[in-house]
Design a protein around this ligand. Structure first.
Ligand code: PSU
Ligand code: MN
Length: 304
């Protein structure tokens, strides 16, 4: 079977792509592993609606019955959000999940991989994976994907449980532009961020689309990070968040949680220890990213 035969693209999305209308890819690990049920499902559906309100067609991806699915029904989203056994599928897991017909949620890396196959260039998520703190050597395959797949990812930066300076250095090494959307500081997920520089600032959807287009027309084949800070009214209290992160990481350490389980474990811990406040911030930033991505996709489509 050729990789293209594995793709199951929703007819509305293939029609949009064929007529060069704006499409925004959306990941599904955020649904299965990033947020508790049932807020995960309602958020995923709201995010799709926000993409539409801003002029683009949403394309949520997952691995279902041995296929790369691009565009899910609300029943499929409900299933990903509520099923007991959903595999978090990063790059290394793709082949095994396809061959076993595992129900798989796609990480940022896998969503980029599928989006590129489908011809979707703009993708919205919450936060990217990156270089973990400490010396475990845990580096997300999201960075591998960003270094090798030409898709632009709108995120609120990198989950702040990670080592942000090292992640930014790694992105520079890979040749990945980190564009700040209406900001010169790299966003820190739950908070807007102020300490770390982006590689360039863009202030409009048009400027973002122009920078992304020029990156690829130059012949560069890496991904692009478009980093949008959480809207100020939804920003978390930095002290509360930083304490929750330290506690969550210490708990993961104490319980021997490692590898791909680390992120879901620490995120769940933070939701609990902030009494759900971190979840509200997380949802707000994902929605904001979806709106920004749709606006950029509209400009991008009108340029290409
Ligand atoms: N950020 C969140 N929630 C998530 C993730 C990121 O707020 O669930 C997911 C994304 O799908 C991301 C993945 O691609 O975690 C990274 O996992 P890892 O570090 O194991 O590569
Ligand atoms: Mn990892």
């Amino acid at each position: 079977m050729k990789p293209e035969d594995l793709l199951l693209i929703d007819p509305e999305i293939s029609e949009a792509l064929a007529s060069k209308k704006p499409v925004v890819a959306l990941e599904s690990t955020i649904i299965s592993h990033g947020m508790p049920y049932p807020r995960n499902v309602s958020t995923a559906l709201e995010v799709e609606a926000i993409v539409r309100e801003n002029g683009a067609v949403p394309a949520t991806t997952a691995l279902i019955d041995g296929h790369f699915c691009v565009g899910l029904s609300s029943e499929q989203i409900e299933r990903l959000g509520s099923a007991e056994e959903v595999k978090k599928v990063s790059l290394r897991d793709i082949g095994v999940a396809l061959s076993r017909k595992t129900l798989g949620a796609t990480t940022v890396a896998t969503t980029m991989f599928i989006a590129e196959k489908a011809g979707i260039k703009i993708f919205a998520t919450g936060g990217l994976g990156g270089v973990h703190r400490g010396d475990s050597g845990d580096v997300s395959a999201d960075l591998t994907a960003l270094g090798t797949i030409p898709v632009a990812v709108v995120s609120a930066g990198v989950k702040a449980i990670l080592d942000l300076p090292r992640t930014l250095e790694f992105l520079e090494t890979l040749g990945v532009p980190v564009l700040g959307y209406e900001t010169s500081a790299f966003p820190e997920f739950w908070i807007r961020g102020s300490n770390l520089p982006v590689s360039a600032r863009v202030d409009t959807p048009w400027a973002a689309a122009a920078a992304i287009s020029a990156h690829w027309s130059s012949g560069m084949n890496t991904g692009v990070v478009l980093a949008a800070p959480v809207p100020v009214e939804h920003e978390a209290d930095p002290e509360v968040i930083n304490n929750a992160i330290s506690e969550g990481l210490a708990a993961a350490d104490a319980e021997g949680v490692s590898g791909s389980e680390t992120t879901p474990f620490v995120l769940a811990h933070i939701v609990e220890s902030t009494g759900g406040a971190s979840l509200e911030t997380n949802i707000a930033l994902v929605k904001n990213n979806a709106a920004v991505a749709a606006k950029v996709a509209v400009e991008f489509a009108s340029n290409s």
